[in-house]
Design a protein around this ligand. Structure first.
Ligand code: PNS
Length: 170
């Protein structure tokens, strides 16, 4: 970004798993901000993650290997505390659909109230506006090919976890 302040952005999430929509937001944020820290939450509120913290971080690292100003890490507890601890100047979030906005708006205001750091929203690319980690996991577990929805590095790890074929449905 132009100006005298170097902008270091945090892109937080569960990334269980990272999707092509997440990767698109990271690529666009990396072109806007001086540095982007992708921060994986340690205990996602969504119970029973499919991927361990290490797997989630590793998949993101591989998918972002060509982005020199992107780092991958994790945090536990309050995002507002983490943002202050690492000295980030902005939080980045993707917005897929209008219904995302309601929750994200109050979260952004709470994070600004707690940390003084603002959230910048990037509209999701329409190609990925219907793609969520939850849906990707659901269709994958029911046998669908998810190559269109996740980066190749993620697909590789997912395939190693594919559940055994279920007996024929009656
Ligand atoms: O990918 P997700 O699950 O939509 O990401 C949600 C995440 C990790 C960004 C959010 O749950 C979060 O910030 N968790 C940290 C705990 C926290 O700070 N909660 C208060 C938010 S105002």
């Amino acid at each position: 970004m132009n100006g005298t302040t170097a902008h270091s952005a945090i892109y937080p999430g569960s990334f269980d798993p990272m999707t092509r929509g997440h990767l698109d937001v990271i690529q666009r944020a990396s072109a806007i901000f001086d540095k982007v820290v992708v921060a994986v939450v340690v205990n996602p509120q969504k119970r029973d993650p499919l991927f361990s913290l290490d797997e989630r971080e590793e998949m993101i690292r591989k998918a972002c290997a060509d982005l020199e100003n992107v780092e991958v890490t994790h945090f536990r507890g309050l995002l507002a505390n983490f943002v202050q601890r690492v000295g980030a100047t902005v939080i980045v979030k993707g917005l897929r659909v209008v219904s995302d906005f309601e929750g994200e708006m109050s979260t952004a205001l709470m994070n600004r109230s707690l940390s003084g750091v603002d959230t910048v929203f990037l509209p999701s690319d329409p190609r990925w506006s219907f793609v969520s980690s939850t849906l990707v996991k659901e269709v994958f577990n029911l046998g669908a090919d998810v190559a269109k929805y996740v980066p190749p590095a993620v697909l590789q790890v997912m395939q190693s976890k594919r559940p055994a074929p279920r007996p024929a449905e009656t």
